[in-house]
Design a protein around this ligand. Structure first.
Ligand code: PEP
Ligand code: MN
Length: 352
């Protein structure tokens, strides 16, 4: 792909490219209040969703086209560039017809090739930067496919937005970062700018600063941060929005390291290791929860905790698989014996 950087006249090409604004446009007053504060802090690109994909019907689904007039007002008064989310060809036509400068495609849309193709078709022959959020599920190929559809429509100013991945298991994040996925995207498409969305990864404002710092340490190109004049009163994503003052503070405290290539690669590899280790821990915890569930079942049905034939079979299977995966069988044996011991310990506790 022959991608080009997202260069907008009047915006320095420095890291991080910053996009800020509310999750949703709610009222003209809320949009203008937030936009004026952000402009006074030198933010150049303003975001606001006007069509909101909500999990269930009946929630606040965005103000719709009237919000485009408010974004026009932001642009005319503050000179900021304005960005909004599009999910259908009608959204694209309406946004472009009303002077929206950047479009983003949300995580639910990028997971759907039909929707992506519809948007791509609507973008044929248009020159507008498009940001493609990762699909909700951790599928790098699907993300790249969504980006390719936009590229094939002739768009050359594309950026990826990493907003984390939805996980069944609860953890500290709203959407798990799985940093190795955007890192692999960078390896596959080195020219593609990658912007981090710490708001949707963290789901709570306290996590925005550390996540933004991690993104900078991993050499991300930009940040998109949900910012609202009165975050606690926001009509959507209230827990993860911050005020323009806090945004300014976070941006000032961010350390932008100008690392050389070799230590940068090392840092990225270490990040991947950390990511896998965190995944191992979460998997172990989930496994122990299931073991306890089995313990409760055995107790109710008067079954013994230890059923050795099943355990032997499993162990032999893993030891054989380990050899095929290039891991030493002894190592796998040690690990699984330890895991099994811990499971049995949990089940014995339940039996008591
Ligand atoms: C958003 O940016 O407000 C949004 C809906 O994001 P996502 O698609 O990442 O959930
Ligand atoms: Mn949001």
């Amino acid at each position: 792909m022959e991608l080009q950087p997202i260069l907008l006249p009047g915006i320095e090409n420095a890291r991080p490219l910053l996009i800020a604004g509310p999750c949703s446009a709610e009222t003209e007053a809320q949009v203008m209040d937030t936009a004026r504060q952000l402009a006074s802090k030198n933010v150049k690109i303003f975001r606001a969703g006007i069509w909101k994909p909500r999990t269930k019907p009946g929630g606040f689904e965005g103000v719709g086209v009237q919000g485009l007039q408010w974004l026009k007002h932001v642009k005319a008064e503050t000179g900021m560039y304005v960005a909004t989310e599009v999910a259908t060809s009608r959204h694209v036509d309406e946004a472009l017809g009303n002077g929206i400068d950047l479009l983003w495609v949300g995580a639910r849309t990028s997971a759907n090739p039909f929707a992506m193709q519809e948007i791509a078709d609507a973008l044929h022959g248009v020159d507008v930067p498009v940001l493609v959020k990762n699909p909700v599920n951790p599928d790098l190929e699907l993300w790249i496919g969504a980006i390719e559809r936009i590229y094939n429509a002739g768009i050359r100013h594309i950026a990826a937005v990493h907003r984390g991945f939805s996980m069944y298991d609860k953890n500290m994040y709203r959407n798990h970062p799985q940093w190795h996925i955007p890192m692999e995207l960078r390896r596959r498409l080195p020219q593609l700018p990658i912007i981090c969305d710490p708001s949707h990864i963290g789901g709570k404002r306290e996590l925005i600063a550390p996540l933004a710092q991690q993104a900078m340490d991993l050499n991300f190109d930009g940040l998109i941060i949900e910012t609202h004049a009165h975050p606690e009163q926001a009509w959507s994503d209230a827990a993860q929005q911050i005020t323009p003052d806090i945004l300014e503070y976070i941006m000032h405290t961010l350390v932008i390291r100008d690392t050389n290539q070799s230590t940068e690669n090392l840092a990225q590899l270490r990040k991947q290791i950390d990511e896998y280790d965190a995944g191992l821990l979460e998997t172990l915890a989930a496994r122990m929860r299931v073991a306890k569930e089995i313990g409760r079942y055995k107790k109710e049905h008067n079954m013994p905790v230890l059923q050795t034939t099943r355990y032997d079979e499993i162990l032999q299977k893993y030891v054989a698989q380990a050899a095929q995966l290039g891991i030493s069988p002894d190592f796998i044996q040690t690990i699984f014996v330890a895991i099994h011991e811990e499971s049995v310990r949990h089940q014995m506790e339940i039996m008591r």
